[in-house]
Design a protein around this ligand. Structure first.
Ligand code: CA
Length: 257
């Protein structure tokens, strides 16, 4: 499957730094968004380290630890191997971020969210930790593909909180796991079939805080792929978004292209 990808990030009107990092590697079909956290510049450092490390491990098949891990799992299915590799890469990234913070008081406790999309043939593999999200826009409908690793999402899942109320709570960003600060992580991973005209969208909460899924869906319906990131970022800032905002879209070609 051929695809076209775009990414955009904006610091927003309030923050001095952009703690989001994104990566578009169309040649390898690897796409990543990370939203860092920590004092001073620590968030920026964490998200950059996590993205670079994850990407390096995913594309570098010669990593001896990585090949060992795949062999140890004993899995045969290519999709299983890839998801296992995603989990491994994110765990290695997490350890790396943690190690980099050691002995550096200004980086202590730094961490980051991480959402990774790998498009391989007609399959899309996703893995995430934290509350940066992946969506699929298909047949004019927007579908959320990730479940936030947040305390409020746990409450929603348990039926103790409605999604509408969850959006309003001040502690909605407290994560149940993050890359770096927690050391080992347990990413959620999925594989799905890619269809012509699918648009995968990865984003930080700078997009999903000010805009509802319905609003995002409407913008995606009305906007051509090459302008989508720009439009989504502008609408998020226009809706009062004051956080760093990052959006990445991967559009699969039409069959009649
Ligand atoms: Ca954020």
């Amino acid at each position: 499957m051929q695809f076209e990808a775009y990414g955009r990030t904006d610091t927003g009107p309030v923050r001095e730094q952009n703690e989001d990092t994104h990566l578009v590697d169309s040649d390898r079909g690897v796409f990543i968004v990370a939203d860092g956290m920590g004092g001073h510049r620590a968030g920026e450092v964490a998200s950059k380290l996590a993205v670079d490390n994850t990407h390096r491990i995913l594309v570098d098949a010669t990593d001896p630890d990585e090949t060992r891990l795949v062999r140890d799992t004993g899995v045969e299915d290519a999709a299983d191997v890839l998801r296992e590799r995603l989990r491994y890469a994110m765990n290695q990234a997490s350890l790396h971020v943690r190690q980099q913070a050691e002995g550096k008081p200004d980086l202590q406790g730094m961490g980051t969210t991480l959402v990774v999309l790998v498009v391989d043939g007609d399959q899309a593999h996703l893995a995430h930790v934290g509350d940066s999200r992946a969506y699929l826009f298909r047949d004019d409908r927007l579908m959320r593909l990730t479940r936030d690793h947040t305390v409020v999402q746990q409450e929603v899942d348990a039926g103790r909180l409605t999604p509408e109320l969850a959006r309003m709570l001040p502690h909605k960003h407290i994560l149940t796991q993050s890359v770096g600060s927690h050391g080992p992580v347990e990413p959620d991973t999925t594989t799905r079939m890619v269809l012509p005209d699918d648009v995968f969208m990865l984003c930080s909460d700078g997009l999903t805080d000010p805009l509802t899924d319905q609003e995002i869906e409407q913008i995606m319906r009305e906007t051509p792929l090459d302008l989508m990131c720009h439009e989504l970022v502008e609408k998020a800032l226009g809706a009062g978004g004051d956080d760093n905002v990052t959006v990445l879209v991967v559009g699969v070609e039409s069959t009649d292209a």
